[in-house]
Structures are given as C-alpha cells and as structure tokens.
Design a protein around this ligand. Sequence first.
Ligand code: MTE
Length: 316
Amino acid sequence: MLVKKGQKIKSSEITPKKLYMNRRKFISSSAAVAGLGLLKPESFFAFQEGQKTKLEIAKKGEYTVDEKLTSYEQATGYTNYYEFSLRKRETIELAKDFKTRPWEVSIKGEVKEPLKFAIDEIIHMFPLEERVYRWRCVEAWGMIIPWIGFPLAEFIKKCAPTSDAKFIEFTTIYDRKQMPGLKSDVLPWPYVEGLRMDEAMHPLTILSVGMYGEVLPNQNGAPLRLVVPWKYGFKGAKSIVKIRFLKKMPRTAWNRQKPEEYGFYANVNPNVDHPRWTQKTERRIGEEGRRPTLMFNGYTDEVGSLYSGMDLKKNY
Ligand code: MTE
C-alpha cells in the first residue's frame, strides 16, 4: 500500500537468497515442481527452514483458473506483512522464526457459544483443496497463486453463528516480542479485517493453510489466513487468532487508518481509482507491461450478484 505510483520492484526483493537456496534444495531433492503438477498432490512436501512438512491435498478445488502460476519465489518473496516490516524484502527474514504452534483461534460474538479451536484441529476438519486464484493487491499488481485451504463457509457452519450475525471480523496476532513492525504506527494494531456474511459464505472465499503444495510460509500468513480472490489483497488477513460474528459492520484496520483510500468492500474495480494511483491497469508480477484490471478480478459471474443495486463508487 505504501508503494508509490510507477514504483518498480527490485529483483533483490523478489528472491531472497536463503529462500532461493532452500527452494533449490527442495526442487532437486524431490524433483517436485509443485506448481507444474509434476507430482501427484499427495506427494508434495514442504521445506520450512530445513524441515520437511507434508501437506496433503485431497482434491483440486473448484474455481481454479487456468493461468500461468506466479513463481514460488515471487509469491513468497514479495509479501506485505506490516507487523514484521514495511519492507517486503525484510519480511521473509524477520518472520522466519515466527512461532505458529501452539496456536488457537477463538470464536466470539453472535454465536451459540464461544469456541476455541487449536490450529491442527482446524487443518484436519475438512479435506484440503488446491485453488488456483487470481490475487490482486490494491497496489495494482497481481499474481496467480495455488492456495491450499477449505471454504470459509464450512468453518462458519462449525462456529454456529446466530441469525443476528450479519458480518464477520478477523483479528490477527499481535505479538510485540516476535513482530518488530508493531512499533510502527502505520496501522492501528492489531490488524483487523471483515466481510459481510454473504461474502464470507460465498464458495470462492477460503481459509488458507498452504500454498504451492506446502504449508503457508510465515511471511504469507501462517498458520491460517483469509483469501477472498475478488477483493484487494488487504482483505486477506494473515495469521488469524480471533473470529467474531457481528450485527454491525466492523471497523477494519486499513479503513480506520485511511478511510478515503481503503473502503470496507475493497472489491477489485477498474472504475474506481485509488486516490493516489489508477486501478484501470495492473502489473502481473513476473510479466512485462501492464494488463487491464478485471472487474471483481475476473470473478463477476460468480460474485456480481452479491452487489446488485449497490453503488460501488460509494461502497469502494
Ligand atoms: N495481514 C496482516 N496480519 N498484516 C498485514 O500487513 N497485509 C495485507 C494482507 N494481510 C497484511 C495482512 C496486504 S496489504 C496484502 S496485499 C496481503 O496480505 C498480501 O498477501 P501476500 O503477502 O501473501 O501476497
């Protein structure tokens, strides 16, 4: 979000050496190029700081787009995670020892009863799907990412919200010991995002626990993050620790910080420019030149009806 109009990404920001070396080790030892589908999904392995972690994918999910994947190095090396750093290139190093176990997600608000789930309970609750989605940052760049996760709707059913629940709020971890970026006042911490219930229940919306056949790298929001592919990436809250069901629209972090720039809806929309740059076009990471931005990031058939009758210039 802090990227200036026309700013270029330096190649050093894209492929940190350590990750690159790890990745080479992974590729040569397993001969698996996850994104190219050379191996069956069940045989994917993840390397995290030298450790091997298997992540089993039960099925190729619905809604997968047939477009060239962004490279693993770019998707995991060019990240926004401000609790660690405002500099994309620093985040990977600062997040490398981030502790994702033990980890609990608490469920509160308009629910039959408050609940707590351990992360490993959540991961094993549903068959994991791989969903290749378009991913669009409000900074006007995009990627194609093979996420691994499950529909948020399924998880919501386990939470048993009451009929008063009209919105859902995601709060992410606030840990000053582990996250040096929390010293900055770039956002009112903790990072909070939200959705309307019908958006949250939409089958395109997933909770993600992995990408590229592997568990989520810390800098991409381990152990659990939100992925809403028709919205700008800032909706995709990383490292979620609390989910609340609410009667009223929640105040979200970016919206509180700069309401005129970051709306609650945050739908990808080429007709509503960011006050400081155009949204008509975007740069796909790994490509030269720019592409036209697609309404709802290309998911109009799936989600357009959620907004019928709404003025999307006002509700940006
Ligand atoms: N979640 C938390 N907790 N903290 C953050 O700084 N950044 C957001 C979102 N989720 C962010 C976050 C922004 S601005 C974007 S664009 C996406 O994560 C980036 O996701 P990616 O780094 O996996 O591409």
